[in-house]
Design a protein around this ligand. Structure first.
Ligand SMILES: Cc1ncc(COP(=O)(O)O)c(C=O)c1O
Length: 380
């Protein structure tokens, strides 16, 4: 029996190697060249007005908070409303800027519940951080409305959302800043990289300095200028080494060509799962206006850990997205504040979902899951 893994990235190997070769032959693997090309291609694809290529989405989440804090004059200890059901990058980024993560509960889509978010707003709330779980938009439109009404900044952690559309438009335009991940197992795989897309031009201009140590002109632009005194750049403030490089951008440019096709196949896999699991296992809904990237296919079961072990015995290796962050020691000040996320985090399983799976694989995983769930139920 072949093992079935949660994620296996698919790279178009020859095409990707050819794109990388161009960088090697030109002698330009760093910031500029392919990173510029990829930013343009991403803007074209997503319809977002600005895009800056980074070495990860984690860096992007940090920069989102750094720049909004700086621009809007937030103070240390100001609050950002966030979800406990996410990868810890989301919440660590809030702490990097000495802001306070205030956890709000999730809804049936496993995304922030706007009613709970509204109840968590205080005079110190500055922003809401929304995570599109597995590519799902959940009630994002309600969150957008709430943030506009209450004059709060909106950050969209779109790590799972490359290719997600809402009412036919790529997600991201409604947020003040949207951050995508192109890490190896994401829908647009490189090895590690990400994209930050600010709505305002000023913040997009600023972020380019923050990703390269505060230097106000990158080496590539200086090389293009061919002017004398190229070394006379200025350093306006401190910054980070967060920009992306041309090797990752070359990989990303190839992957982008296949993103819609790949996501369509992911949705096909999800439809097959839906068919097999219907009426047998609880799945996570997706609103009808959302064309999800389908980064994840999540189910909720009783006896989750035993179900996982039973699947492992069948050489099936699913995952869990995520454990409720408030059970971790550093966030336990918020333990018990988000009961729905806590309960989900004990019942969730992400089933294998990647481009190498076939109809037969989905059938095998589904039947093994149904058998495990009903066997454990019969054991009481
Ligand atoms: C919801 C979420 N946010 C942020 C990240 C961080 O992405 P990266 O690995 O590109 O830093 C991830 C990655 O797994 C994620 O799943």
């Amino acid at each position: 029996m072949e093992p079935v893994q949660l994620f296996v990235p698919t790279f178009r190997v020859e095409e990707t190697l050819a794109a990388i070769r161009v960088c090697l032959e030109k002698g330009w693997t760093g910031l500029g060249f392919k990173t510029v090309e990829f930013e343009e291609a991403w803007k074209q694809y997503s319809g977002l007005p600005h895009a800056h290529f980074l070495n990860s989405a984690t860096a992007g989440l940090h920069l989102a908070l750094r720049l909004l804090k700086e621009n809007d004059g937030w103070r240390d200890g100001d609050e950002v409303i966030t979800t406990p059901l996410t990868f810890i990058s989301t919440n660590h980024a809030i702490l990097y800027e000495h802001l306070r993560p205030v956890f709000a509960d999730v809804d049936e889509y496993l995304c922030l519940d706007p009613v709970v978010v509204a109840a968590r707003i205080t005079p110190r709330t500055r922003a809401v951080m929304f995570v599109g779980m597995g590519g799902n938009t959940g009630q994002f439109a309600e969150i957008v409305r709430l943030c506009r009404e209450r004059n709060l900044r909106l950050i969209l952690d779109a790590a799972h959302m490359a290719g997600t559309r809402w009412q036919g438009q790529h997600v991201g335009a409604e947020a003040d800043v949207t951050i995508f991940s192109f890490q190896a197992v994401k829908n647009l795989p490189t090895a590690d990289s990400g994209m930050i897309c600010f709505r305002e031009k000023k913040l997009d201009d600023d972020v380019r300095k923050w990703t390269w140590l505060g230097i106000n002109k990158d080496t590539y632009s200086r090389t293009l200028e061919q002017a004398a005194y190229k070394w006379y750049y200025d350093v306006e403030h401190e910054g980070f080494k967060y920009h992306g490089n041309s090797i990752m951008a070359a990989m990303g440019l190839v992957a982008l060509k296949y993103l819609d096709q790949d996501n369509a196949y992911r949705r096909q896999l999800a439809t097959w799962y839906d068919t097999f699991l219907q009426g047998q296992v609880e799945t996570v809904p997706i609103p009808p206006e959302c064309e999800s990237s389908r980064h994840l296919y999540q189910v909720q079961v009783e006896n989750r850990d035993q179900v996982m072990l039973a699947l492992n015995e069948q050489q099936i290796y699913p995952g869990v997205h995520y454990r409720d962050n408030t059970i971790y020691r550093m966030y336990e000040y918020a333990k018990g504040t988000c009961p729905r996320a806590f309960e989900a985090s004990q019942r969730l399983i992400s089933l294998p979902l990647h481009l190498r799976l076939s109809y037969t694989d989905v059938e095998r995983v589904s039947h093994a899951l149904i058998r495990a769930v009903s066997f454990l139920k019969s054991c009481g």
